[in-house]
Design a protein around this ligand. Structure first.
Ligand code: GLY
Length: 411
């Protein structure tokens, strides 16, 4: 009976699919080696409305793979403890069975040296701060602040910043999961292109796209799908998706899946009627040229955005030195957002854009031009992994040349 229970809990997937339990232990071990204090991380609580499902806090997930609500993690150089809430049999009618912190198999199931009831958190914290100088918590998390207030003479330090240093460089397993989300998203864009034609609603295209990656086993959207046609194509995060496509318009589709907890992020701009207008074509070629120039410059040591040479500057300069707006002005001012961001467990994964890139970093490269006066927005976004000597475009299977796109849209 006990064995059956253990198997049932494991099968329910207490830790994240796709990353081996050992990798979580290694991540914590690496973090703990450099820890000059105590780190306390609070996992997400059960959502108290029916709109959202449980979504583990991503730093917590990164270090534990733990996917039950209400957990707390305490880390020092010497120890690691996972604190779990007591079971609530009434609530389990709604949520299903949860792990009992006093279950002797709990450490094995959770992959932690020790698992304790959450009621023991405060006394364990007071025990470890005696020999610690600093308390690391996530800024803004009131639960961490409350615990820190018990250690008034200790320095406060930012746990998110320390964890971000690890999260910025992906392991081979993480890159594989981002590639899986990317492949499913490439299929989604291709499915969306087939459906794209004048008269179709933006939400219909979004539905076809998201369905394509859900069918491939992805669990969630990495962000709210953006399908913006004509005037909506200039709105960066337009996610209402409730307009009908008209001929002669361009359509920005910025849609990406999350599979096994890892996100991707891909954007293409396609012609609603299957053929770009001459002006759309001109602007598209400029954005594509900027993207190619930036990707060609990626290598370890290069920076996404910084004073001095950066990928952003390369893309901006390209856009600003090609063509003009209707008033004869350069186009740089219409590139109104950053060139890219880190991607991982979060679509906007933590990472310093001014830090030198390292091999294993995964970023987007997404230049854009948005001209409201012309109702034209063009964005081309690919997801790339920085390699030892350059970059590998994980989303390379999705065409971005005009001739290839025009062959596929509406067909
Ligand atoms: N793809 C949405 C964003 O990066 O903001």
């Amino acid at each position: 009976m006990r064995l059956m229970l253990v198997l049932a809990i494991s099968a329910a997937g207490l830790t994240a699919a796709g990353i081996a339990p050992r990798e979580y232990q290694e991540r914590r071990a690496e973090l703990r080696r450099s820890l000059d204090g105590v780190m306390v991380l609070f996992g997400a609580e059960d959502p108290d409305d029916l709109h959202t499902s449980f979504f583990q806090e991503s730093n917590f997930l990164y270090l534990s793979g733990w996917r039950e609500p209400g957990a707390v993690m305490l880390l020092t150089q010497q120890t690691e403890i996972l604190f779990l809430p007591a079971r609530d049999l009434r609530m389990e009618l709604y949520t299903g069975r949860r792990l009992d912190p006093s279950d002797p198999d709990a450490p094995k199931l959770a992959g932690f040296d020790r698992v304790m009831p959450k009621t023991a958190l405060q006394s364990a914290f007071l025990g470890v701060i005696e020999t610690a100088r600093r308390v690391y918590t996530i800024p803004g998390d009131v639960r961490g602040q409350k615990l820190k207030s018990l250690a008034v003479f200790h320095d406060e330090a930012d746990a998110a910043q320390v964890i971000a240093r690890l999260r910025m460089v992906k392991s081979p397993a993480e890159i594989e999961l981002i590639a899986k989300a990317t492949d499913a998203t490439v299929a989604a864009h291709l499915a969306g292109w087939k459906k794209t034609r004048p008269g179709v609603w933006e939400y219909e295209i979004a539905a076809i796209m998201t369905n394509a990656y859900f069918e491939r086993g992805c669990e969630r959207n990495a962000y709210a799908p953006i399908v913006g046609s004509g005037p909506n194509s200039v709105i960066l995060h337009y996610a209402a998706n409730h307009r009908r496509l008209d001929s002669g318009e361009s359509v920005v589709a910025d849609v990406g899946a999350e599979c096994s907890d890892y996100a991707t992020d891909i954007t293409r701009t396609v012609p609603a009627g299957g053929k770009f207008t001459p002006r759309q074509r001109e602007l598209y070629e400029i954005v594509l040229g900027a993207q190619k120039a930036a990707i060609a410059a990626i290598r370890p040591g290069m920076r996404l955005r910084a004073d001095g040479p950066s990928l952003h500057q390369i893309a901006y300069d390209y856009i600003n030195t090609h063509s003009h707006d209707l008033h004869g002005q350069p186009l740089g001012k219409y590139f109104v957002h950053g060139l890219g961001h880190y991607v991982g467990l979060d679509v906007h994964d933590p990472g310093d854009p001014s830090a030198p890139l390292k091999a294993g970093t995964v970023i987007t490269i997404e230049p854009g031009i948005y001209i409201p006066e012309e109702n034209i927005g063009i964005r081309i976004e690919d997801i790339v992994v920085v390699t030892q000597d350059g970059a590998k475009v994980l989303s390379a299977a999705l065409p971005r040349e005009i001739a290839d796109i025009e062959k596929l849209v509406g067909k």
